[in-house]
Design a protein around this ligand. Structure first.
Ligand code: BGC
Length: 480
């Protein structure tokens, strides 16, 4: 088979596996359009119950990321993704058919477990199956699918929203079954990764897979490199190995990059964009939701931009360009909200414009980079547990940011700075300026931290990255 055909095959493999990202995006995004209907189901529910229904997915994701790390290193990447697609399907059916609030919360936890597991097993699978040269773009296809899933959920929510039927959320949830089936059927035909197979002593199978995905002239050397690195850490698999001194730096990078990815406030935009737009002066929910769709679309398109340059420009450049852009956009948002009185009616337009700039810089950098970097930095034998810690941190930080945004906004709203929309003095909104300044501060910290801790993994084989940590070098010393 020629090199070109191999490349086409790997692209197909990555595309099928990244359906896991579509489910991640869809199932986290779907709740925004379902909530207005859920509110009045079963005779109405309290805001506490709505928060629980929303939070259940994040709780499940933390559990899934925590529980499945070792399993991926034991039974393999492929089997775990197969099982996860079944949990996705079950979760979609159970949430759609939920007969009570308690049942719905339970099923959203089940769905969250699938999201948590797939959030690290899919990028892990793709990175182990990718040839070094295009690994960045292929693993980023996972992020692309997340962003497509988010937009798809907005559109599907719009399509199923039926004002005359308080239970129209059921179909919004059922739709998730389709990508779950695609993932399940597709994965049946995909191979296990060569690194997992060789690590388990199934060398011939591993070599066979390698010969399908690597250029013919690289198969022998790739096989040798994988084998050599695996021999070095033969003794143990699991958390005990991961917490050894040698792997302290990759562990720190994984938790650190997820901290920055979440604490620059991305999900205040993804989850609360309509709320932010209404606070900035958009008349009704409909206009605010339309503006939110534009955020989703820019998110998708900018991820494509990132994929096309990530293996040329490299990870570090994108990281710093993205964070500088986000810091400026966040500081600008904070300033606009401070100047709300002088900006008047134009506040809403500068808010939408700046949020779009912010999303662009996130999507070219930290969006794909978070999942990509954690898929590259751990040694083969503990890649599953290592990535599960990265994913766990992601979901944990995500939950903190999502549940503190409005509280933080109120905390920093000085008397007289509240926002009053439509003359409703009795129900003022908080002024989010302070929260945006906090996130801008995190972006600056991320730049300082990343200077030392973000490795340039472009063009470097997973085996060479592993060797780099063994020789106790700093992340910023890694080179092609
Ligand atoms: C993040 C999610 C976020 C999404 C937005 C992902 O990389 O982990 O928290 O909602 O990007 O596109």
């Amino acid at each position: 088979m020629s090199g070109k055909n191999n490349k086409a095959l790997v692209i197909v493999i990555a595309a099928i596996a990244s359906t896991g990202g579509l489910l991640f995006g869809f199932d986290t995004g779907v709740i925004s359009g379902a909530l207005p209907f859920l509110k009045s189901s079963w005779g109405g529910m309290s805001s506490g119950q709505q928060e629980l229904i929303t939070a259940a997915v994040l709780i499940g994701a933390v559990l899934g990321a925590l529980g499945a790390g070792r399993i991926t290193d034991i039974i393999g990447r492929k089997k775990v993704i197969l099982i996860t697609s079944l949990i996705f399907a079950a979760g979609s059916i159970l949430t759609g058919a939920a007969p009570s609030i308690g049942f719905l919360i339970g099923s959203r936890i089940v769905l969250g477990i699938a999201i948590g597991i797939s959030s690290f097993t899919v990028p892990l699978y793709i990175s182990e199956i990718s040839p070094t040269k295009i690994r960045g773009a292929l693993v980023s296809s996972f992020q692309l699918m997340i962003t497509i899933g988010i937009v798809a959920s907005y559109f599907s929510d719009l399509a199923f929203a039926d004002e005359s039927n308080p239970y129209s959320w059921r179909w919004m949830f059922y739709v998730g079954i389709f990508p779950a089936i695609i993932l399940f059927v597709g994965m049946i035909f995909l191979p296990e990764t060569p690194r997992f197979l060789i690590g388990k002593g199934r060398e011939e199978e591993g070599r066979k897979v390698l010969s399908k995905i690597e250029d013919p002239e690289n198969v022998a050397s790739a096989f040798r490199d994988i084998k050599t690195e695996i021999e070095k850490d033969k003794e143990s698999v699991g958390y005990a190995e991961l917490f050894k001194k040698t792997w302290r730096i990759p562990l720190l990078i994984a938790v650190g990059i997820m901290f920055v990815q979440q604490f620059v406030g991305i999900n205040t935009v993804i989850y609360y964009a309509p709320t932010i737009f209404i606070i900035s002066g958009f008349g009704g929910a409909k206009a605010a939701i339309a503006a939110t769709v534009s955020v989703g679309i820019v998110n998708v398109l900018s991820t494509v931009v990132s994929m096309s340059v990530i293996d040329k420009l490299g990870r570090r450049k994108l990281y710093f360009i993205g964070l500088i852009g986000m810091a400026i956009a966040l500081a600008a948002l904070g300033t606009f909200f401070l100047l709300k009185d002088s900006l008047g009616a134009s506040l809403k337009w500068v808010t939408v414009g700046t949020v779009l700039v912010y999303i662009f810089f996130f999507a070219i950098s930290l969006g794909p980079l978070g999942w990509l970097i954690i898929s590259e930095i751990f040694p083969t034998r503990v890649r599953g547990v290592g990535m599960s810690i990265g994913a766990l941190s992601n979901w944990f930080f995500n939950a903190i940011v999502a549940y503190t945004f409005l509280k933080l906004a109120w905390l920093f709203t000085a008397p007289g700075m509240e926002i009053i929309n439509n003359g409703d003095v009795a129900h003022p909104d908080p002024n989010p300026a302070g929260s945006f300044f906090v996130y801008a501060g995190v972006a600056l910290l991320g730049i300082l931290w990343g200077w030392k801790f973000i490795p340039e993994t472009k063009g470097v084989s997973l085996e060479k990255i592993e060797e780099h940590w063994r020789s106790w070098k700093m992340p910023n010393e890694l080179k092609e």
